[in-house]
Design a protein around this ligand. Sequence first.
Ligand code: GUN
Length: 278
Amino acid sequence: MAQLIDGKLVSAQIKDELKAEVAELKEKGIVPCLAVIQVGNNPASSVYVNNKKKACAYIGIDSLSYELEESISQEELLNLVEVLNQNPKVNGILVQLPLPKHINEEAVIHAIAPEKDVDGFHPQTVGNMCIGSKGFLPCTPAGVIQLLKRSNIEIEGKECVVVGRSNIVGKPMAILLLRENGTVTITHSRTKDLKEVTKRADILVAAIGKPKFITSEYVKEGAVVIDVGIHRNENNKLCGDVDFDDVAGKVSAITPVPGGVGPMTIAMLMNNCVETVR
Ligand code: GUN
């Protein structure tokens, strides 16, 4: 049976380490503060935003919450971001995505001051990550790297295949695996013979956005499989991009959904919030 890579456990360890660090900072009068903005009330976003606020409370990070009407204009949102950019008490700014269609996400991401960009989405932050300069790392890909490292899975020299090329996960995931000296391939919806490529992977990261897309036909015997997807199936049960039951018998290690990558994203966001005051 495959090793179950326990994101709940690893994220709890990271949060406890951060909690201890924040307690020490507090003695010096330093308390990081995260501003969280949600536009509209997409139920999935509400769950994520609440989990982020709960994690702040647990660790001892102050959080400011902005719940804005779906109908807010782009200009009003950009004005709020600018006010938070200028507020010295605010260390990090997070605008939960997706935003309503009438708001240009790129414009909002660009508006966040890079020194407060705890999501790691600003082009300046992305550029620093690509060239290996200091700066925030995007939370989900950084969470995957931590999960691998803390589960004693070596990346260096391994064939790493990322399925998906989004700006939030696929592309930065590939860059971070490369920074760890993996041999990295990015695949996507236009990749020819996808199964042949994914079957080369020692480490396969699925970030496709299609429930149970990766079946045992896509994986090599003994591979490590990381599932970034999160979906609700027909019975309202959570599942990932990987068909867990089909794949688990063939691989050496696999992340579950829920309890795999999801909690790591929040732990790494908290790490970025603490990083603003380190
Ligand atoms: N929506 C889905 N994932 C994320 C994330 O990591 N950050 C933000 N801001 N929005 C998201």
